[in-house]
Design a protein around this ligand. Sequence first.
Ligand code: DON
Length: 564
Amino acid sequence: MKKILTIFTILLLVSCKQEKKSDYTPVRGLITDKAMVVSARQEASKIGNDILKKGGNAFDAMAATELALAVSYPYAGNLGGGGFMVYRKNNGDIGAVDYREKAPLAATKDMYLDEEGNVIPGKSTLGAMAVGVPGTVAGVFAVHEKFGTLPIQEILTPVIELAKKGVFVTEKQEKRIAAKQEDFSKANKDSIIFMKAWKQGDTIRYPALAKTLERILENGRDEFYKGETAKTLAKFIQDNGGIVTEEDLAKYQVRWRDPVTFTYDDLRIISMSPPSSGGICLAQILKMIEPYDLDKFGHNTTKTIQVITEAERRAYADRSFYLGDPDFVDIPNKELISDDYLKNRMSSFTFDKATLSSDVSYGNVQVVESNETTHYSIVDQFGNAISTTTTINGAFGSKLYCSELGFFLNNEMDDFSSKPGVPNMFGLIGAEANSIAPEKRMLSSMTPTIVEKDGKLLMSVGTPGGSTIITSVLQTILNVHEFGMTMQDAVNAPRFHHQWLPDVVMMEPNSFPEELIKELTTKGYTINQENSPVIGKVDGILVLDDGKLEGGADRRGDDTAVGF
Ligand code: DON
C-alpha cells in the first residue's frame, strides 16, 4: 500500500474495508488476557503455558514447548534437528538464535553425486547420510541460559513425565505414521516403535526418550554434545552408514544473530536472517508489493494473486543465487532489500500477463565488498514474545530413528544444493552460495517472525511447509493488515504459492473459485491444485486493540492455543 495517501483515498479505503466487513463474519481464535502458547500439539502448548503460569517467561516457555514438541510431535518436533527463534523483549530489544544443523566435518561438496556427477536419489533425504549435526538441545539451553528465569528442572520435569506417560494418537497422526512406514523400514535396520499399526486413540509411550531427557537434566547441554548421549548418537549414525562423529557433536555451537528488520506500511517486521532465507525473502516480497493497494484489490482476487505471485517469483530467483550460510558466504543483505533494487525488480511486471520464470534470473545486485518442521508462538504475561520454527526437515526427518535414545534424526542435508540447478525435495534450486562444506549451515526457508505496530508488539507468527513457509507467513500478515481478518481467519484462509521454479502457482485444492483460476490461466499463469493439499500450517498470536491476545491455531493440523 502506498505510504502517502491523500485524505480522499483514506476515506475510500475505510469505506471499502467497511463494505468488505459487512459480508465477512469473523471467527476469532482463543482470546486471553495475558499470555499464550500456540503450537502443533495441545500437550506442548499446555506444558509451555503451565511454565508461564508458574511465573516463567516466554524464554522458559520456549524451552519447555520445544522439548514437549520433541515428545508429542515426533513428525517434526525434535532433539535430532534444529531451528531458529526470533524474540522481542518487553523493552523492545530484539534478537535471534540460530540452532540450525551443520554439515559434518567429513561432508564434501559432491557427497550426494555419483561418478557421473548426477544426484543419487534419496541419499540426502533417507537414512544416515542425510543427517546434519543437530542443534536443538544447544538452542534450548542457550535460550534458557541467556533469558530464562526458572530452574531447568522445572522446565524438563513435565516434559519427562509426558514422555513416560505417553501421548495420545490423533486421527491426523495415525495417517502420518501409516504413510511413512515403508520409509521407516527402508531407513532402519531394526524395527522401530513407529512401525506398529498405531490407531487414533492409542497412547505411545517414549521411555527411551524420557531417559535421554533425564540424563540431559542431570548433566546439562553437554550430555547431548559430549556425554554418553553423544557417544551413543555418533556410533548409531556411523553404524547406519553416516558420517557424523563425536567431534562434530562436541564442536556444535549456536549462533546469536541480528534478525532482518524492515517496514511495510506502518508495520515493523522482525524476521529470521541467514542462514534462513525467510527474513530476506519476506522483506523482498513485501517491499515489492507495498506500492500496490492490495486492500482495494481484495483478498485472493486475480490482481492480488498476480502482484504477490510476481513478487514471489523474483524473490525466490534471488534466494537461489545469493543466499547461504553467512559464516561462509558474503550475502548482500542490504542491497537485496533496498527500495531501489526492488522497484527495479518489479519494473517488468504488468497486470496484462504473467512474467515467465524463464525470463527472470537473479537480479543484478551491486555487491559492496565487505553472502517437516513445526512452528510455535509464545507471548508471556510480561509482554515478551518469541517466534520459533524447528525442524527435522522431511516428515519424521531422515526416517532414521535411534531407538536407544528415542528420537528421529533430521535429513536437513537435503536443504543444501547437492548440485547447482538440481532441485531439492521442495523443488528449490541453489547455487554456490548454498553448496555443501564441512561445518556449514544449510540454507533454510524458516521464517519465525514478529510484527510491531506503532512501536508495540502486534503479532508473533510462523509455519512449517518447506519452500512455502515464506509465502504462508507473508499471506498471514497481509490477511490481518490488508484484509482486516482476525488471527484465526488469517491462519485458516486458503493459500497459494509461487517460488520462481517450477513456474507454477500452487493453490490449495477446492479453495479458489473456478472463475479466478480461468482468469489467471488466460493471463499466462499455470495453476497447480494437485500437488499441495495443504500449504503451510501457521500458528500465530495477535495483540488486539484492547491489549488481549488472540491465538490463531491452523485448522490444517492438531494445532492448539492455550493461555490465560
Ligand atoms: O529449513 C527449511 O526450510 C526446511 N528444512 C523446512 C522443512 C519443512 O518445513 C517441512 N515441513 N513441511
